[in-house]
Design a protein around this ligand. Structure first.
Ligand code: DGL
Length: 281
């Protein structure tokens, strides 16, 4: 048994969809969540910037006594070079592998759609992972730059005309391709799952990257007999606006209670493990 916390981070609050699943599946686990709300979105930024931000986020989480880190962000998972994640002093889980494996297991016709931020789709991460699982899979990937701002601004209702219009546009190529499974490759997207489901119909399976990643992380901890804790949830953000509690509730599905503490990233040095990984972020 290992009662240290699981560290989870995201560019914003979308990663709370993974925390929600962690807490649902293993309520005893302690979790430290960091959302980089001051710099969200990452998905429309150049790779070099995303890497720099991600190393700072990881360095912040490493100031806590944690046993595993989850990058609950499709954009970071797709962009951060492996040499950095392999240098970490604790196990690291990103959303790509667990989500792609769940999609490959779910598809009946071998046609899978991937929705993600521009950076995620540009990286080809999900396509590569799916092809490595089964080279016969036909994958159609679609960047959805407007989804994150829509979610962040509260356009999430199932009957929201604006979001429905945008979603129809993004989903059209996937429907044309005849996909029966769609990866929600960004942790913000489960919030508008209802809108997406209404457009693609109930025969198409939607794979939630936050849920699959939480499940896989817990499997890893179980295997090494490292589960356990007191169910303590700590939330940190790099910025704090008035609407934080409401937004957090939207992603978590319940009220945050004590709220979030502010993380001052400017006072955090990059963790020494990244120096050993070489390269200049
Ligand atoms: N949560 C991020 C992701 O999963 C999306 C938000 C962003 O663009 O930073 O990719």
């Amino acid at each position: 048994m290992d009662t240290r916390a699981i560290g989870v981070f995201d560019s914003g609050l979308g990663g709370l969809t993974a925390v929600k699943q962690l807490h649902r599946l293993a309520p005893q686990e302690n979790v430290v969540f960091f959302g980089d709300t001051a710099r969200v979105p990452y998905g429309t930024r150049p790779a070099q910037t995303i890497v720099r931000y991600a190393l700072e986020d990881l360095s912040f989480l490493l100031t806590f006594d944690i046993k595993l880190i989850i990058a609950a962000c499709g954009t970071v998972s797709s962009t951060l070079p492996r040499r950095y994640t392999e240098a970490l002093p604790v196990p690291f889980v990103d959303v790509i592998g667990p989500t792609a494996r769940a999609a490959a297991a779910a598809t009946a016709n071998g046609k899978i759609g991937v929705l993600g931020t521009p950076a995620t789709i540009r990286s080809g991460s999900f396509v590569r992972e799916l092809e490595s699982i089964d080279s016969r899979l036909a994958v159609t990937a679609q960047a959805c730059p407007l989804f994150v701002p829509l979610v962040e601004n509260g356009y999430t209702a199932r009957d929201c005309e604006v979001t429905r219009l945008v979603a129809r546009e993004y989903l059209e190529p996937l429907m044309q391709a005849g996909v029966d499974t769609i990866i929600l490759g960004c942790t913000h997207y489960p919030i508008i799952k209802g809108v997406i489901a209404d457009i693609v119909g109930e025969k198409v399976t939607l794979i939630d990257s936050g849920r699959e990643t939480a499940r896989y992380a817990l499997e890893l901890l179980n295997k090494s007999d490292s589960c356990g804790g007191e169910g303590k949830l700590d939330f940190y953000t790099s910025d704090q606006g008035d609407g934080f509690e409401n937004s957090a509730e939207l992603f978590l599905g319940y009220s945050l209670g004590a709220g979030a503490r502010k993380a001052d990233l400017q006072r955090i040095d990059l963790h020494p493990c990244f120096g050993l990984a070489g390269g200049n972020p």
